[in-house]
Design a protein around this ligand. Sequence first.
Ligand code: XMP
Length: 513
Amino acid sequence: MEHELVLILDFGGQYNQLIARRVREYGVYCEVKPYSTPLAELRAMNPIGIIFTGGPNSVYLENAPRVEEELFTWGIPILGICYGCQLMAHTLGGQVVPAQEDTAREYGKTLTYYDTNCPLFDGLPAQGISWMSHGDYMAKVPAGFSLVGHTEMCPNAAIADQTRGFYGVQYHPEVNHTEHGLTMLRNFLYKVCHASGDWTMGDYCKSAIAAIREKVGDGKVLLALSGGMDSSVAAALLAEAIGSQLTCVFVDHGLMRLNEGDEVEAAFSKWDLHFVRVNAETRFLLKLAGEQEPERKRKIIGEEFIRVFEEEAKKIGRVDFLAQGTIYPDVIESGAGEAAAIKSHHNVGGLPDFVDFQEIIEPLRMLFKDDVRQLGRELGLPEYLVSRQPFPGPGLAIRIIGDITKEKADTLRLADAIFREEIAKAGEDQNLNQYFAVLTNTRSVGVMGDGRTYDYTLALRAVTTSDFMTADWARIPYDVLDKISVRIVNEVQGINRIVYDITSKPPATIEFE
Ligand code: XMP
């Protein structure tokens, strides 16, 4: 089934995924494409509306990202956000200049006044706080545009050419700090683009199953299964689509949490599908030996995963496709879009150049985490699977800072298990989206009994987040932290100090590596 589509043209802004998630939350399918995508490709997607994202550049600079003017002649509504707004103004004959220190340069929360006759602000109060972040200023807006929003400093915080369906805002409606920002996005979708809201998970599920059947035909598929939510949902979807043509391979790289390998095996052995467990601890640890650099660790693991899958495929005989539970944020965070590459997710940027499969299929590649969770429920997966906290593919490899040894992995496994056990006992798991222990590379002096110790520092990390793109550190009660600390230093050899990570994302990330 074809869905109405809104195109999000990516100019490198930090909130682009947020825009995409919001649009989908409003029941409209959207895709993020780099601004440099050929116009013909964009046109062929047949969007009902286009959103230009923000970005770090200045439109008047020589190498600034641009779009060809032709795009504005398609008769498709456009919403430009921040840089996207300035780009629209610049392209259509307006003038954008650097703001003077004391004039229209604005950062942060800004009181903004709106013209509520404009469809973008329909039904909203005439003023509210908006989140500004721009150092440039629109000295002249293009012909045909009127000013529909202003601040104390800036007469053109929002501009509109209602005849052509072009709207531009200098602030970021997609962030929570902008009051009614989400309703503005919704207004753009429903009052400007006249979306019908046809993106539902039930429909997606049906069309994904049909697409998998068509692609795979009578071929065989090997799914890389980690037991986490994404690959479990991918397994359920593929099993529904192609049944016995699917084999799920779970590679235990020896960097799983305590008892996790057995738990995954127990859970999936009960399912009606071909399930293979490969114990590959020794080969992974050998490959990782002495490696300290986080990106190298990820690449080594990504490559070794593929080599194991290739070997398993040979055992099965002919396997045409390798399937993975890659989701959209993995793709974007690995630097596929315009935003900077933060980490190479093992299943995207970590893939080796040569892969001995006809093709890789990733049925969840266009979905956000929340979409996947919803899809899992649609497919009837048990709640404990769809509400599990995420566990990264490289596992404890990116939670052991510095070089990795089996001893360190065993130490971390025990400490992490105690942390999770105590969190669950205290009922705190309900309040947290991800929590785990990290073995740092720091050793320090302690005293135990009457003796001196010189052991590792363990860091505890717990965050609240809805999208895993931004996160806040969790305010776990001190008495719970105290209990965890006392238990770990008493029960786990090699650790004599516990610290609690109190950094948000950004500036930190959720994982340490
Ligand atoms: P960061 O550390 O980038 O993590 O804030 C965001 C979320 O992604 C998970 N993560 C990964 N998941 N393969 C995965 O399957 C990876 O390579 C990977 N790296 C990070 C992380 O646990 C968090 O939920």
